[in-house]
Design a protein around this ligand. Structure first.
Ligand SMILES: Cc1ncc(COP(=O)(O)O)c(C=O)c1O
Length: 374
């Protein structure tokens, strides 16, 4: 019997590291070092270095990273933040959490990332920041977004939750904005054994504010609170696991890239089109997402063959119930809406075998040859 191929499997990366993970657990356990311990600090330093910036601030999730960053930058009621309608919910909910208004701009037809050409027309006197997403590990067009932001004195917060280790031009993602936010949700390219997140920035003052905000508004003295902060610290145990895994991120990202090349070869000539990456970008393929006109039928067929798939995202953000108050309507963002009907993510993870990728491609070919034969 042929084996099922899941969309994501963490065992191939976790199993060989079991001893190191258990040792990391024991070390934290034996020192009772559960909150803001040495591991959080080491991870902050190492991850900031990876992004080519000075400061890292460990927080409890990618959502917390985005929300606290906007708050620390002083964005709040009456402000507008330009962002993409084609992303995970938190990209826009963080803007709403701080009392500001998400203003969506449609995405580019090819990359499905925020389209810099659409920003100018949506800017108002209330616009304070741009929040691009490096979707599926593909860097957004950061040079153009930066030119736009600089021209109008806007802040940039990168949502890099899906792009650990990606590069745009000569710079890592995370180094293009005033701050960048990462998620360590388990399925991310670098994921913990639970939730986690991190902000990186070159701005020492912003980093200081974030350290206060994540820790109950406490500056240095215990039980003295200078402002209404939150409990959004990165768990030290997660930091310990992430430090073990961080050493392998480059290797795992390279593996993902090879598997994507294998997919590209296997799918050539089919009506299944992988998202292209920008020539100036080095993506990290958080997901391998394709576009295809018969998406739902293909998904059903692949499920029947034991092949896991995912749809990111079926409902663009302007059509989510939670954002009904923004009065978004179908037709507002045609590229995002069309993409939502066409995208399908195929199995991809470090440790997936090229043979499994070839099998997925063969099944896709079989699906289309069957349907073209009636
Ligand atoms: C683009 C994007 N932004 C934000 C988040 C939120 O991260 P978390 O789930 O760690 O809160 C995610 C995670 O799925 C994401 O993919």
């Amino acid at each position: 019997m042929t084996k099922n191929i899941p969309l994501i499997d963490l065992h191939p990366t976790h199993d060989p590291l079991e001893k190191q993970m258990v040792a990391a657990f024991k070390s934290v356990y034996e020192r009772n070092a559960f909150v803001l311990g040495a591991e959080v600090q080491s991870l902050e330093k190492a991850f900031a270095r990876l992004c080519g910036v000075k400061e890292g601030i460990g927080v409890s999730s990618g959502t917390a990273a985005l929300t606290l960053t906007l708050r620390a930058l002083g964005i709040g009621p009456g402000d507008e933040v330009l962002t993409t309608p084609f992303s995970f919910f938190s990209t826009a909910s963080c803007i709403a959490y701080v009392g500001a208004r998400p203003v969506f701009a449609d995405v580019e037809e090819d990359t499905l990332n925020l389209d810099p050409a659409k920003l100018e027309a949506l800017r108002t006197d209330k616009t304070k920041a741009v929040l691009p997403v490096h979707l599926f590990g593909h860097p957004a067009r950061m040079d153009a977004i930066r030119r736009f932001a600089q021209k109008h004195g806007l802040l940039i917060v990168e949502d890099a939750c899906q792009a650990h280790g990606a590069k745009y031009l000569d710079r890592s993602v995370g180094g293009w904005g005033d701050a960048a936010c990462f998620s360590f949700y388990p399925s991310k390219n670098l994921g913990g054994l639970g939730d986690g997140g991190l902000v990186v920035t070159d701005n020492a003052e912003l980093a200081g504010r974030l350290r206060v905000l994540r820790n109950c508004g406490r500056r240095d003295v215990p039980y003295e609170h200078s402002e209404l902060g939150y409990v959004e610290r990165l768990d030290n145990m997660q930091a310990a696991f992430l430090l073990v895994k961080l050493k392998f991120l480059g290797r795992w990202n390279a593996e993902r890239k090879k598997l994507v090349r294998c997919y590209e070869e296997g799918l050539a000539g089919t009506p299944v089109h992988p998202l292209p990456s920008l020539p100036e970008a080095a993506p990290v393929y958080h997901l391998f997402t394709v576009r295809t006109p018969r998406r739902d039928d293909l998904q059903k067929y692949l499920t029947g063959q034991g092949i896991g798939t995912g749809i990111c995202y079926k409902t663009p953000l302007h059509l989510q119930k939670a954002f009904a108050y923004l009065k978004g309507r179908r037709g507002d963002f045609p590229v995002a809406e069309k993409s939502a009907e066409e995208v399908l993510s195929l199995p991809l993870y470090a440790g997936l075998s090229p043979a499994a990728v070839r099998r997925v491609c063969a099944e896709i070919r079989r699906f289309f040859s069957r349907s073209s034969n009636g």
